[in-house]
Ligand binder design. Sequence first.
Ligand SMILES: Cc1cc2nc3c(=O)[nH]c(=O)nc-3n(C[C@H](O)[C@H](O)[C@H](O)COP(=O)(O)O)c2cc1C
Length: 196
Amino acid sequence: MEDGSFKIVGLAGSLRRASFHRGLIRAAQELAPGGVTVEPYERLDEIPFFNQDVEDQGDPAPVKDFKEKIREADAVLIATPEYDYAVPGVLTNALDWGLRPPSPFRHKPVGIVGTSPGAVGTARGQMVLRQILLHSPAYVLPEPQMLIPYALERFDAQTGELVDERTRESMRRFLNALVEWTQRFKLPVTAHERSE
Ligand SMILES: Cc1cc2nc3c(=O)[nH]c(=O)nc-3n(C[C@H](O)[C@H](O)[C@H](O)COP(=O)(O)O)c2cc1C
C-alpha cells in the first residue's frame, strides 16, 4: 500500500464549523498509515431530503456524487455525533439514499468513531448507526470501538481540532485496524457467505 492506493472516505455527521467530528476526520487524514489516504466528504448538506418520487426520476446529482465516492473507496470512516440517543438527520438522510439497492455500502468495510461532551462518548448513537448499516449490509469493524468521552477536554472548542495526544494515538490504531479489517474481505469467500 506504499503507493497510496488504499482510500478511505471520511464522513462527518455534523455540519458545524468547529465540529469535533469534522475534526476527527481531519485527524484521521493526518494519522493515516503509510499508503492510506483519507478523503473527507464534505457535501452531505447538498443531499436533498429523501423522497421516493424524486428517486423514481433518478438520483439527483449530489446523491450520484455521494454514491460514487462511497463506491470508489476501499473503506469508509464515519465520525458521528450522538443526537437524541441516535444519530443526526444529516447522516441518516444521506444513508437513506446510500443504502437503497444497489447500495455502494453493500459489503463495504466501515469504521465508526464518535465523541460527546459526556461520559458515554456516543455509545448509544454508534449502536444505532451499526443497526442502520445492517440494511445493506455494510461490514462494520467490530473492534476496537472508538468512543471518545469528555470531548471538551480533548478537542479545541474554537477549531474542532483533536488535540489530545492519547486520543490521536487511538485514532492511529483504529485506522490500522480498519485497514486490516478491509484486507480480510479481499480473501476469497464461498458463494453462500457473500452473494450479490
Ligand atoms: C440536537 C442535539 C442532540 C444531542 N443529543 C445528544 C445525545 O443524545 N447524547 C449526547 O451525548 N450528546 C448529545 N448532544 C451533544 C453532542 O454530543 C455535541 O453537541 C457534539 O459536540 C456534537 O458534535 P459536533 O461537535 O461534531 O457538532 C446533542 C446535541 C444536539 C445539537
